[in-house]
Design a protein around this ligand. Structure first.
Ligand code: KPL
Length: 292
């Protein structure tokens, strides 16, 4: 079994190293063909070097296990590039922020096993092949379109072991709710996560976002968190105080953001339910205007 990896940014590279440590063969789907490259992983006082093998676009052998760590908006285009090699019953694991892309992948690959994952692991790259893991985090994985209580092939040996989520939809909503509360506001105010709790104006806005998100969660009968969302969002903003959110990072690098798959997905669900979310709609438009 080989796990191919699509989207070898910091999270893709981190999970490549974890799979290699678990004894699993890994191939990076890359646009720049080369025989192999050395990846340096720095974690606490540890420094380890891994050899990663890219697969060129011309490679022919079928892909049976595919980990997707691209940005949510890039998912479908990235899969289309490799679709001719993807085995009909392949296992596809989407380990990304956001919601909505999962349905698009199911429509594209209707016979595939579609797994979804969320992670709080934190990693960043100081250079393309120098990866710093700042937090091991917790990873949850579950199968979206079939009944299964376990983990995908090879992932039982990954360390730290991911949680096999009994209801991954709930986990996705939990992560989405936190991302709705933090990411767009940090993008609009161009601030670090911690400033959302330190600045009373930003905090008031985060409360407004959370109140609206909770309306949608209640209408969908999803109990994703114990206690109010604002408390969890404040805790995450506090724990990641010095972090620049992924959405702000995208804006600062003039890259497309994941707003359509975070606040956009929330607003779309609210529209279907006939719920109005003025604050989140305004944030959606504001972030779109910043990234256009
Ligand atoms: O997941 C995140 C992100 O930046 O995308 C948070 C939780 C906001 C941490 O930065």
């Amino acid at each position: 079994m080989i796990w191919h990896i699509l989207g070898a940014g910091a999270i893709g590279q981190l999970f490549a190293t974890r799979l290699i440590d678990a004894g699993v063969s890994v191939r990076i789907l890359s646009r720049q063909p080369s025989d192999y490259y050395q990846l340096h992983l720095l974690e606490g006082k540890d420094k380890r070097t891994y050899t990663l093998h890219p697969d060129s676009i011309d490679a022919k052998e079928p892909i049976t296990h595919l980990l997707v760590c691209t940005k949510a908006p890039d998912t479908v285009d990235a899969l289309l590039t490799h679709q001719h090699r993807i085995y009909a019953n392949a296992h596809i694991l989407l380990l990304q922020n956001g919601m909505g892309q999962h349905e698009a992948v199911q429509a594209l690959l209707p016979e595939a096993h579609i797994w979804a994952g969320i992670t709080t692991a934190g990693a960043w790259r100081s250079e393309p092949f120098t990866l710093h893991c700042v937090s091991q985090g917790i990873t949850e994985i579950g199968l979206l379109n079939r009944h299964n209580q376990g983990l995908p092939d090879g992932w039982e040996k990954v360390s730290p072991q991911p949680i096999a989520a009994a209801n991954i939809q709930l986990s996705l909503w939990r992560k989405l709710a936190i991302n709705c509360a933090i990411n767009p506001l940090t993008a609009v105010h161009q601030c670090l996560n911690g400033e959302l709790v330190e600045n009373s104006v930003f905090l008031k806005q985060m409360r407004e976002v959370c109140t609206e998100v909770e309306q949608v969660l209640q209408a969908l009968n999803l109990s994703v968190l114990e206690g109010p969302l604002i408390e969890h969002a404040m805790q995450v903003a506090h724990q990641t105080a010095k972090n620049r959110s992924s959405m702000l990072t995208d804006i600062l690098h003039s890259r497309p953001t994941e707003i359509d798959f975070i606040t956009g997905y929330l607003c779309h669900q609210a529209d279907l339910l006939g719920i109005s979310l003025p604050f989140n709609h305004a944030l959606l438009e504001k972030v779109k205007s910043l990234s256009s």
